[in-house]
Ligand binder design. Structure first.
Ligand code: FMN
Length: 540
């Protein structure tokens, strides 16, 4: 009973956070009043004293067509340092340095709200021929592994785990209280980045159901002495890269750590933090999964049924496409797309066992398509429910909408028309915090989910829903790129006005909430910004 009461109050704290971090037309969620860009927290965590192992930059050496990635049962590459280099080069490495006037900034293969990159990445390696067993922190600026700990013990079969953490302050520095949501959305993008990069190597990915404390211990985040003068990291998740070898089990972790020899001290990222947002610590704590979850079995992999229309032509090189992914900053508002392009893009969002929906996850986030300029589809709002029961639950919540089948839509896509409205683009601009990318896109997708309820007794599902929305965003980034278009995540939107537009009831009356927006269109490039390669050309 006591445990249940604690969980209900954790849930209440999570829901209170969601409510207070909403942007409203009358006022944005609480955030800093001034920003000194010269005082931005260091985007690169390093561990002083941890030995560095440089990784190779060889992603371009092996071409795999984008469409080939979706073929199940591709041959797995051996686990070694060269493949780890490819894995990180195609997921979390730098992708370019950009310059405009006196400003110079790095972009990465994975996107991040405001390019602030709160996500840190760790690798646990065992039994590799050319890397000592241990825990490593990935340093993207150097494209290298920092050795945080070595493990002793009998030689093991190859095994690889990838762990994620968030440094909330990096995001809160700019976005204040809403930052926790952005860290979770970024996590979803990072999970997607990992899944696609592992697919390049023929590896599958599954989440290890560790509790929060075990995750923190495995990544060394609970070692207060190593973070004495530095911002802490919140453990988020640990994934196993499924090689054809011994699967990892949560009970192995204490044995691994028992003989660990630790190195390195975390760097301080911000010497003069100006604001404090204690509600972020509150929601982080309340939404932790404290006990281990049963590990999910991996489903059989399915081939995507609807592939992009470039299937008949040359499919773009997957690693190139992943590394060239960018956010559009502006869209050409005269551009249009058509349903032949749209249907495969929407099909990629359906969790039919296809990459990246092959990690044993459930589908709890549903998509509303705002079609602005799609030949063959009248401007308006359409629902793409991603599990079989969502349609009827949403229909009960939104009885006044049209709920009409969409003519010409392939049978794989359960798309339904909600309401036609040629003026939606302007409305979406307003609702996306007045950003032009909400209106000038060819379409915008809003992501809806039922947040955890008292009955579900699972406050950690809040993180899971936001991550799923982020993962949908990552699919859209890459599929848009493959279709010759470009996407941009939109974390800034007015929450309740979007719910009202759809006809959802007042907050508190039903559990549907909007978690994320994503826009897709034809990008207009900013010629003033110059670009240089992510790493010196001379690097191997
Ligand atoms: C969760 C999330 C939310 C974002 N929200 C916005 C937004 O509201 N407006 C915008 O212009 N860009 C937004 N972006 C795009 C980021 O600013 C972009 O990813 C970042 O600047 C890095 O650039 P890149 O994606 O080209 O690597 C968002 C990205 C993510 C991942």
């Amino acid at each position: 009973m006591a445990e249940n009461t604690a969980q209900v109050s954790a849930l209440a704290r999570v829901m209170a956070y969601h409510e207070r971090s909403k942007h409203r037309l009358a006022a944005y969620a609480a955030g800093p009043e001034t920003l000194d860009w010269d005082a931005q927290p260091d985007p690169f965590r390093r561990f002083a004293g941890a030995p560095l192992t440089p990784l190779l930059l060889k992603a371009a050496d092996e071409a795999i067509g984008w469409n080939q990635l979706f073929e199940p049962g591709r041959e797995a590459r051996p686990a070694n340092l060269a493949q780890i280099g490819r894995l990180f080069e195609c997921s979390f490495a730098l992708s370019a340095w950009k310059e405009l006037g006196p400003d110079r900034w790095a972009l990465r293969v994975n996107p991040s709200s405001g390019n602030l990159h709160p996500t840190e990445v760790y690798l646990v390696a065992q039994g590799l021929p050319d890397l000592a067993d241990g825990l490593y922190h990935y340093a993207p600026k150097e494209h290298a592994l920092e050795q945080r700990a070595t493990f002793v013990g009998p030689a093991a079969a190859p095994r690889l785990l990838v762990g994620f953490s968030s440094i909330h302050w990096r995001e809160a520095w700019k976005y204040g209280e809403r930052a926790f949501r952005y860290c979770q959305l970024d996590m979803g993008h990072a999970i997607g980045a990992l899944r696609y990069a592992a697919a390049l190597l023929g590896w599958r990915v599954r989440e290890l159901g560790l509790g929060h404390g075990e995750q923190a211990a495995l990544m060394g985040l609970d070692r207060a002495g190593d973070f004495q003068n530095a911002e802490g990291e919140e453990a988020e998740a640990v994934f196993e890269l499924c090689l054809e070898s011994r699967p990892a089990a949560p009970e192995d972790i204490p044995a691994l750590l028992a003989g660990a020899c630790w190195r390195g001290v975390a760097n301080r990222l911000d010497t003069h933090p100006m604001y404090r947002w204690p509600v972020i610590d509150t929601v982080a704590q309340a939404s932790r999964r404290l006990s281990a979850a049963p590990s999910t079995a991996l489903p059989a992999q399915a081939r995507r049924t609807l592939l992009a229309r470039n299937e008949a032509n040359a499919s773009p090189d997957a690693s190139q496409l992943i590394r060239q992914r960018r956010s559009a900053q502006r869209f050409d508002r005269s551009a249009r797309t058509d349903t032949a392009t749209l249907w495969p893009l929407l099909a990629a969002l359906m969790p039919a066992g296809q990459l990246p929906w092959d990690m044993g996850q459930t589908a709890q986030v549903h998509t509303v398509l705002f079609a602005h300029r799609v030949d063959g589809l009248a401007p308006g709002a359409y629902l793409l429910p991603r599990n079989t029961t969502a349609r009827s639950r949403l229909q009960a919540a939104l009885p006044r909408l049209a709920w009409k089948p969409v003519e010409g839509c392939p049978s794989e896509l359960p798309l339904v028309e909600l309401a036609l409205n040629p003026a939606l683009a302007g409305t979406l601009r307003t609702l996306s915090c007045h950003q032009a990318i909400g209106a000038d896109a060819v379409f915008v997708i809003a992501m809806l989910a039922e947040l955890p309820t008292v009955e579900s007794d699972a406050p950690w599902q809040y993180r899971e829903r936001l991550r799923e929305a982020g993962l949908i965003g990552q699919v859209l980034y890459l599929e848009a790129e493959a279709a010759g278009l470009r996407g941009t995540g939109i974390g800034c939107f007015f929450d309740d006005p979007v719910r009202e537009l759809l006809g959802l009831g007042a907050p508190g009356t039903e559990p549907w909430q909007v978690l994320y927006h994503f826009s897709v269109g034809l990008p207009v490039l900013d010629a003033r910004i110059t670009s240089t390669p992510p790493y010196p050309e001379s690097r191997p």
